[in-house]
Design a binder for this molecule. Structure first.
Ligand SMILES: O=C(O)CC[C@@H](O)C(=O)O
Ligand SMILES: [Zn+2]
Length: 470
């Protein structure tokens, strides 16, 4: 599908809504909005609009509806499935100028953020009120609240605090026709009909454009302890997870599984990092306990010493300082970018029931070795959520383009194993453009039909992020 070129007159009407200063049309100025993190897609657009208010977003949508002009909403442009890219020459509507934190209400433990607030800035504002906003992602320095909610982001603490949709109370949304749904409610309990909020969260900008949200805040934990553990197998990690949850309950806030290959990529390409354990071990776990009491240290020590005594863990180190804790997390965060210098990487952001992770990994390793001998599985992710990033780097010295040409073939093999285990082909990054066609094959047909009905109802002219998700 290629969008028809937009007339100069129409472009001028769009520009007038935001003012010339915030309508970007120069090639160099547009460029950062048109490429995404992994360099998988190159978009094109005649115009990037940078509205400064919800009313301006509404005016853009109204004009887009009247003239059937497709729009692609964009936040921090950190999405991993091409959902934020104008693949067919659509106008980009960047929400980044909606960057106000409208309110922090410590007594209600809520915060109202506009869509363009950078996630890290939301963290800072919450901290200043002695609270936390517990959504933590590698891209938090540049991703935005609007993007986090429209993609229903997950991250490293979803195990205890939930995913993005669990951290929202109310939403302000601009609909395709320009109407504004004013739903900035702070209520936990409001049983007055359908759950409209959760329709927009995770819809990747295809049903409406989120312009602001009431976010939930939580009390700041009194003690936080972080450990890096070396172990022999995902099965051992799973047993450790179950024990840690039994001992620490909801204070076990992160439980990340990392393969040796992922650690070695991070150490090799990350910013002067050292492996936390002498090892090497085949697998590692990065776990964190965040407690409202003084007991995080005792809890983590007890869990780890019992695990070592029982042969579940081979070695473990508890961060001795804030600096060391940061180093552990930096190592975890750089795994994603560290795959780039290793050549082509075929990604699988998948989830299976937590107990099925070990068999999933064994089956996937065998299938990948058979399909492309020498391909390197870089498995890591959020074991506590059953969410593994089963990314496969090209064999050393292979031709990158030839390797990436096999993307769909490998996806098919790995996703078949995911489905066999009752899993999902997109655990936390969404569907976007990358997985749209595949979704049509794997999603329950009735669910898909309902999704299409919703899309037709809320966006009958297909102007909001067309060609994404469904
Ligand atoms: O690079 C990836 O595929 C994973 C990105 C992100 O979800 C993470 O958990 O680090
Ligand atoms: Zn992840």
């Amino acid at each position: 599908m290629t969008a028809a070129p937009l007339s100069d007159d129409l472009l001028a009407r769009f520009r007038a809504i935001v003012g010339d200063k915030h309508a970007v049309s120069g090639e160099a100025d547009k460029a950062p909005y048109l490429v995404e993190e992994r360099g998988l897609y190159q978009g094109r657009t005649p115009l990037v609009l940078r509205p400064g208010s919800t009313d301006e977003v509404a005016a853009i949508c109204k004009l887009a509806s009247e003239t059937r002009t497709p729009l692609v909403p964009q936040g921090g442009n950190t999405g991993l499935v091409g959902g934020q890219i104008p693949h067919h020459g659509e106008i980009v509507i960047s929400l980044r100028r909606l960057d106000k934190i409208r309110e922090v209400d410590a007594a209600s433990s809520t915060m109202i953020c506009e869509a363009g607030v950078i996630l890290a800035n939301a963290h800072t504002a919450a901290e200043q009120a002695d609270r936390i906003f517990p959504l933590w992602l590698g891209s938090e320095g540049s991703c935005t609240i609007g993007g986090n909610l429209s993609t229903n982001a997950g991250g490293i603490a979803a195990l205890s605090y939930g995913i993005a949709r669990d951290l929202v109370l109310g939403l302000e949304v601009v609909l395709a026709d320009g109407r504004i749904l004013r739903g900035l409610s702070k209520l936990k309990k409001d049983n007055t009909g359908y759950d409209l909020r959760n329709l927009f969260i995770g819809s990747e900008g295809t049903l409406g454009i989120i312009t602001a949200a009431v976010l939930k805040l939580l009390p700041k934990p009194r003690t936080v302890e972080t450990a890096f553990v070396g172990l022999a197998s995902p099965q051992a990690a799973l047993s450790l997870l179950n024990r840690a949850q039994a001992a620490a309950g909801a204070t076990l806030t992160s439980f990340e599984l990392i393969s040796d290959v992922a650690v070695s990529f991070a150490v090799k390409h990350g910013p002067s990092l050292r492996a936390p354990l002498v090892g090497p071990y085949r697998w590692y776990v990065l776990m964190e306990i965040s407690s409202p009491r003084e007991d995080a240290r005792t809890l983590i020590e007890d869990i780890l010493s019992a695990a070592m005594e029982d042969g579940l863990a081979d070695d473990a180190v508890i961060a001795a300082s804030l600096e060391q804790r940061k180093m552990f997390w930096t190592l975890r965060e750089v795994i994603s970018p560290a795959q780039k210098p290793e050549g082509g990487s075929i990604k699988h952001d998948v989830s299976v029931p937590v107990a099925a992770v070990p068999t999933f990994l064994t089956d996937a390793d065998a299938a990948v070795a058979k399909l492309i001998p020498g391909a390197r599985a870089v498995a890591f992710g959020h074991l506590g959520d059953g969410n593994i990033h089963y990314n496969v780097s090209q064999p050393v010295g292979a031709d990158k383009a030839a390797y990436l040409a096999r993307w769909h073939e490998m996806n098919e093999v790995v996703h078949a194993i995911v489905l066999k285990h009752g899993g999902s082909i997109s655990a936390e990054h969404g569907i976007g453009f990358l997985k749209r066609d595949e979704l049509a094959h794997v999603k329950d047909p009735v669910a898909l039909d309902l999704m299409r009905t919703l899309k037709r109802t809320l966006d009958p002219l297909d102007i909001l992020n067309p060609g994404k998700v469904v």
